[in-house]
Ligand binder design. Structure first.
Ligand code: SUD
Ligand code: ADP
Length: 293
């Protein structure tokens, strides 16, 4: 290939997350409304070197340090390997090089790794001649992680199953969003293990919310069933939530996914930006803006 192709990998936010059951293999059944934030990583795809079908990776960006670029652990290279074996006929595939600009905190409940994996699948499908049916693409995504399927389209969706079942989200009003991470990584399996062994039924949601106030009112009657366990493992999350809840204009504050990142909803991106000064702390990552798409 010639030139450079780009994909953005946006943060996934779980506006609520109910654990509705548990499968025999230990994975949990979820009911969650996932939306995407303007915040994201960027992947750039260039011509590579070496054998046909080879994919190499460099990682830059504020959260790049400490994230290994090896084929066994990095979700981008795992996605590339999986897609290559799906396509077959490696000898006709150009070698490619990906540069990841890592702007999202790692292992933080906003699916940055999952978003990168999905973005890598989209990028490689633009560069390699392949016709992978959508059904197969979503199966590959599920194999990479429970959060990867929703990141393929990066569109708000109701997640079911272990994350692989996607249904349309209610219509969302324009709103402001703030994301805050206290700087401590939280392990997803550890949080699932630490949660109280109770299940919450799936939520009843309207077809659309007319405004942020109505959306926040309905969401406040729902829960993130992983939040208490994550706060017990990482008490700084409670501090972040306390600060967000008292920030001017905050309509709702909650943890996303298995943590530690928390989000707050505001009436507008301007209101979120205006509240930033009341929230910022030296060790915290704070992002203010709007939903993506
Ligand atoms: C909790 C959620 C909610 O969106 O978000 P994050 O905190 O990761 O952002 C996701 O379900 C996480 O998805 P993902 O991060 O892709 O998880 P995976 O790599 O598939 O699984 C990591 C581990 O989490 C646990 N796990 C994950 C998903 C699920 N539905 N049930 C589980 O029990 C399992 O212990 C699994 O081994
Ligand atoms: N490209 C990547 N970006 C972030 N994390 C990655 C990546 N590749 C592999 N990982 C690993 O995936 C795990 C989950 O990361 P991430 O998706 O950022 O968090 P979460 O699932 O909590 O939202 C981390 O343990 C991390 O080391």
């Amino acid at each position: 290939m010639t030139g450079t192709l780009y994909e953005s990998a946006h943060a996934k936010i779980n506006l609520y997350l109910h654990v509705t059951g548990r499968r025999a293999d230990g994975y949990h059944l979820l009911d969650s409304l996932a939306v995407f934030a303007g915040a994201g990583d960027t992947l750039a795809l260039h011509a590579g070197h070496g054998a046909a079908g080879a994919v190499s990776l460099d990682i830059a960006g504020p959260f790049g340090a400490g994230l290994a670029a090896d084929a066994d652990s990095n979700l981008i290279l795992r996605a590339a390997r999986l897609l290559r074996s799906e396509i077959g006929g490696t000898d006709r595939l150009d070698p490619l090089h990906i540069v990841l600009d890592k702007r999202l905190p790692v292992a933080s409940g906003i699916g940055g790794g999952s978003a990168d994996a999905a973005a890598a699948l989209r990028l490689l499908l633009r560069a390699w001649p392949a016709n992978v049916p959508r059904e197969r693409l979503m199966a590959l995504a599920t194999e990479l992680g429970a959060d990867v399927p929703v990141c393929v389209d990066q569109r708000a969706a109701r997640m079911g199953g272990i994350g692989e079942r996607l249904d349309p989200a209610p219509g969302l009003p324009p709103c402001g969003l703030m994301l805050v991470n206290c700087g401590e990584a939280v392990s997803t399996p550890a949080v699932f293990r630490a949660r109280a062994p109770v299940f919450t039924p799936a939520a009843a949601l309207p077809a659309a919310w007319p405004d942020v106030a109505a959306m926040a009112r309905d969401l406040s009657g729902l829960t993130n069933d992983l939040q208490d366990a994550a706060c017990a493992l990482c008490p700084a999350i409670r501090t972040v939530l306390d600060v967000l809840e008292t920030a001017p204009g905050c309509r709702l504050a909650r943890m996303s996914g298995s943590g530690a990142t928390c989000f707050a909803l505001f009436d507008s991106p301007q209101a979120a930006e205006a509240a930033r000064a009341a929230v910022e702390r030296p060790d915290w990552w704070v992002w203010a803006g709007s939903l993506f798409a």
